[in-house]
Design a binder for this molecule. Structure first.
Ligand SMILES: C[S@@+](CC[C@H](N)C(=O)[O-])C[C@H]1O[C@@H](n2cnc3c(N)ncnc32)[C@H](O)[C@@H]1O
Length: 177
């Protein structure tokens, strides 16, 4: 199930009226659409320029798009963000810990970080190119934050390609305090 982070943060009373949100590895930017509709400034980044062009179409109220490696963006952009989303992308990064540090430094005080890790019972667990976490490691990697929501999920769900996959994931919403 995809989550409506805008509504969840509203329900948690964690959402500012409007702000600036960064979606890293956004693909079609589905997680950003509700923020865009609510008038937030959207900055989206993906190394896949074709996917990014669809994201630009999906964010009807406008956005700033960057077709580049997210680490390069994090290194060179000098702004701070109210919310950073890195959903279903951290496990694909060669050095996710470096990216985590950069994300932390890009967040404003009180800023929200949304993302997920793949768990060690995921169907892709034997891939040497991906990173997998157990619960303890996942919580350790988020220890600099206040946890607002942390869910361990095991479910069968389709990939973008339509193929059914057994997922084991840790989804989180955390706050820089
Ligand atoms: C599995 S998709 C997730 C898309 C979206 N975040 C979501 O949850 O639906 C991963 C996306 O991250 C992008 N990606 C992977 N590594 C990246 C990197 N180093 N820099 C920028 N984008 C990256 C891919 O091109 C792809 O669009």
């Amino acid at each position: 199930m995809r989550r409506s982070y805008y509504k969840e943060l509203q329900d948690m009373k964690e959402l500012a009226d409007k702000g600036i949100i960064l979606d890293l590895g956004c693909r079609d930017a589905r997680d950003s659409i509700s923020f865009n509709e609510a008038g937030w400034k959207n900055v989206i980044v993906d190394k896949d320029c074709v996917a990014l062009s669809q994201a630009v179409v999906n964010l009807k109220k406008g956005c700033e798009s960057h077709c580049e490696d997210l680490n390069k963006f994090l290194e060179t952009d000098d702004r701070s963000f109210d919310i950073v989303i890195a959903n279903y992308v951290l496990p694909f990064l060669p050095d996710y810990k470096k990216s985590l540090k950069r994300i932390y430094s890009k967040l404003k005080e009180g800023g929200i970080f949304i993302g997920c890790f793949f768990g060690d019972r995921d169907a892709w667990k034997d891939s040497s190119k991906l990173t997998f976490h157990n619960k303890e490691q996942a919580l350790k990697d988020l220890s600099a934050y206040k946890i607002l929501d942390f869910q361990e999920i095991e479910e069968s769900r389709r990939l973008y390609s339509g193929e059914l996959k057994d997922w084991h994931i840790f989804e989180f919403i955390v706050k820089k305090t």
